[in-house]
Ligand binder design. Structure first.
Ligand SMILES: [Mg+2]
Length: 278
């Protein structure tokens, strides 16, 4: 067993920038859409994988913290980070969408640190709750993290899972909502979120019994501070929910907060309009 080096907070932005640069580059070269939902959650993944989660160079270390990436259509940031950590061979990542074992949505492969198959929305959170419940029953020390989309939270299965997690006081579970206010090709408040309740998800999670905090989702120091404050959560206390206020397409200026970029690739000209990752 050899633990991975935990980065300093000051080192996180460079990692997030690198993941964004690589995911945009690989996706454009290989013709893979779904860049925008990947870009919104890179900072969440960066804070978790390089600072918060207990990991080992062996992706199947039994005591590792688990991350279930429930919004499976935004997996490219996850792949970029797992490749940087050495869990996914670089060749697999660079040939993603071109016949490698990596697919547009996540397929479970523990040897590559991919904990659960996701993409059909509303399934990853129940799986994560099951993992946390299993750890509680067996008295195991690891934590479960689950990243869900804000549109995905319209699925009834998510709220069934949350009721179960609250009833069983799964304090070893942390749910992170990538709240970019867009779902596929539409705005949440044009679908099911009332326009006068922009904090709807926070309020619902709170009244369901989750310990809920809203954090700016591209502020790596703020994310790290919240995850640090919650580190060591144990069964017997309320499960946690972090609502991360994010921007879909974050990092490529032409794509940011534009619903039509849900699947569409940017052109070279659109990239030249500016990126945040240098
Ligand atoms: Mg969304």
């Amino acid at each position: 067993m050899s633990s991975l080096r935990r980065l300093e907070v000051s080192e996180l932005k460079a990692k997030a920038d690198l993941a964004r640069k690589r995911l945009v580059g690989v996706a454009m070269r290989n013709g893979a859409g779904h860049i925008a939902p990947s870009l919104s959650c890179v900072d969440l993944l960066t804070a978790l994988y390089y600072r918060t989660m207990r990991l080992d160079s062996n992706p199947e270390w039994p005591d590792r913290d688990r991350l279930v990436f429930s919004k499976g259509h935004g997996a490219y940031g996850l792949y970029a980070i797992l490749a940087d950590l050495g869990y996914i061979p670089l060749g697999d990542w660079e040939n993603f969408y071109k016949g490698s074992l990596l697919h547009g949505c996540v397929e479970r492969d523990l040897s590559r640190a991919l904990e659960a198959s996701t993409g059909s929305l509303g399934h990853g959170l129940p799986l994560a709750v099951g993992l946390a419940f299993g750890a509680k029953l067996q008295g195991l020390p690891w934590h479960t993290y689950c990243i869900v989309g804000d549109g995905e939270m319209q699925e009834g299965s998510c709220w069934e899972a949350i009721q179960f997690a609250v009833f069983h006081q799964l304090g070893n579970l942390c749910v992170i909502v990538d709240k970019n206010n867009l779902q596929a090709m539409d705005r949440l408040d044009d679908v099911l979120t009332l326009k006068d309740r922009p904090d709807d998800l926070h309020r619902k999670l709170d009244v369901f019994g989750m310990e809920t905090v809203t954090v700016p989702g591209h502020d790596l120091a703020a994310l790290d501070a919240q995850f640090s404050a919650w580190q060591g959560g144990k069964p017997g206390s309320a499960p946690r929910a972090l609502v991360a206020e994010t921007i879909k397409g974050y990092g490529v200026l032409a794509m940011e907060n534009k619903s039509f970029f849900h699947f569409r690739l940017p052109t070279e000209e659109e990239i030249k309009k500016g990126v945040r990752y240098g």
